[in-house]
Design a protein around this ligand. Structure first.
Ligand SMILES: Nc1nc2c(c(=O)[nH]1)N[C@H]1C(S)=C(S)[C@@H](COP(=O)(O)O)O[C@H]1N2
Ligand SMILES: [Mo]
Length: 413
């Protein structure tokens, strides 16, 4: 007699689920973490033609004021993320089309700046060598939707990640030119967007990184994305791109670089913003301000980008599976795939990054011998041997750093 591929209780559960829901929608009910959570799918309806007007018709709108939209996993299959599939994360009201590259200036100043200087965009391009790098940008809150108790903020599922190609100059070259004194501790930004309240004295966001991170070769002042001028939504005409760290350090519409003599204390540097408990806490715990630590490198993570969750295939198929894996400041050393809820794993083929801090492509041929419901899970391991957890890790008050394994649903018939 044929042995059940899954324990009976689970089979019944799944049968019930398929009976009550159109099969295709099942694929959207799971993303990461162990429990398929219908509540997660109840998020954004891809309603607005706002996104179509902005050139991103296939993204899911999470909020229109400020504008926040994420990318479904199967639309992130390109090696280099095109502009129309790049998530948007705004904290305030973005500047209007009045952004004029010819009139744009960047001021470099701060307590620990020896030679405060204002540059035009043309001067920056003339004076410093240009570099082109592919660098992934992931919002610190990517995956927030799965934390229980819920964390407030945009309910990102898996789509606040992208890896475009950036052209610009190195922040390190500008810092050298303007002289960071011995007192220099942090490098921070200000942008031209405005606070939601309309209060001109408030910044929507002004974050920074320790000076050593700012001096890395992958910290850019970028003026092009994928060979074109940076689109307005992504910070035209000049933005920071600081690879490996939460997207919030990569300031858009960049007007100011501040070389600080202390840890930067701008908007969204303090309180619970972009901080997690220094030591793990129980879900829902209250954490004192002094026990919260600033997020630095993002953790190891991966995303299955082909096939789309919910596909039907013929049983006996060798399925071609693809995705990307990345690991903040580290590289990814392996990706493993499971088709049986993590009981067994097979190693995927993993490409090297095109440069440091760029995501890496993985591929696998996956056998689906029998008819039935499969979940395909991907698990990446970084260069230090740290792997993605299968369950949502480390609850924290603002729901950052959920790097649980991504899962897709496949029905073999
Ligand atoms: N000036 C400015 N820079 C900003 C933001 C912002 O709201 N204003 N959002 C930050 C956050 S939280 C993220 S995740 C990234 C998002 O970049 P994107 O909108 O180009 O995807 O930009 C960062 N830089
Ligand atoms: Mo973010």
């Amino acid at each position: 007699m044929k042995q059940p591929r899954l324990p009976m209780a689970r089979r019944r559960l799944l049968q019930a689920a398929t009976a009550s829901t159109a099969w295709r929608s099942l694929g959207t009910l799971i993303h990461a973490g162990l429990l398929p959570t219908a509540s997660v799918a109840a998020q954004a309806a891809p309603t607005d033609d706002l996104l179509a007007k902005l050139g991103k018709p296939q993204l899911h709108l999470l909020n229109d004021r400020p504008l926040n939209a994420e990318t479904p996993a199967h639309l992130l299959d390109d090696a280099i993320t095109p502009a129309n599939r790049f998530f948007v994360r705004n904290n305030g009201i973005m500047p209007t089309a009045a952004v004029d590259p010819d009139a744009w200036t960047l001021r470099v100043s701060g307590e620990a700046c020896a030679k405060p200087t204002t540059f035009s965009l043309a001067e920056l391009k003339d004076r410093f060598p240009s570099v082109t790098l592919q660098l992934q940008l992931e919002c610190g809150g990517n995956g927030r939707a799965e934390f229980r108790p819920r964390a407030s903020g945009n309910q990102w599922s898996t789509g606040a990640i992208a890896c475009p190609q950036w052209t610009g100059i190195r922040l390190a070259d500008v810092l050298k030119h303007c002289g960071a004194t011995n007192q220099a501790v942090y490098v921070a930004y200000k942008g031209a967007d405005t606070h939601l309240s309309g209060d001109a004295s408030k910044d929507p966001i002004s974050r920074g990184v320790p000076i050593a991170k700012a001096r890395e070769a992958e910290a850019l002042l970028a003026y092009q994305m994928n060979g074109e001028p940076i689109p307005l939504l992504h910070g035209a005409p000049l933005r920071l791109v600081i690879g490996g760290w939460p997207g919030s350090v990569s300031g858009k519409w960049l007007t100011d670089i501040l070389i600080r003599d202390r840890v930067h204390d701008g908007a969204k540097m303090t309180g619970n913003a972009y901080r997690v408990p220094c030591d793990p806490v129980a879900p829902g715990a209250k954490v004192a301000a002094e026990d919260m630590c600033i997020i630095e490198s993002m953790p190891v993570k991966s995303l299955i980008t082909f096939p789309q969750s919910g596909v039907q295939v013929a049983k006996g198929t060798e399925l071609e599976l693809r995705g990307h894996a990345w690991a903040g400041d580290r590289s990814v050393k392996r990706v493993d795939i499971s088709t049986d809820f993590g009981a067994t794993w097979q190693k995927a083929k993993l490409d090297r990054p095109v440069n440091r801090l760029a995501w890496q492509r993985f591929h696998a041929q996956v056998a689906l011998p029998d008819a039935g419901y499969y979940e395909i899970w991907a698990k990446a391991t970084d260069s230090a041997g740290v792997a993605q957890p299968m369950l949502v890790p480390g609850w924290n008050p603002k729901g950052y750093l959920n790097n649980a394994c991504h899962r897709i649903a496949v029905q073999a018939v």
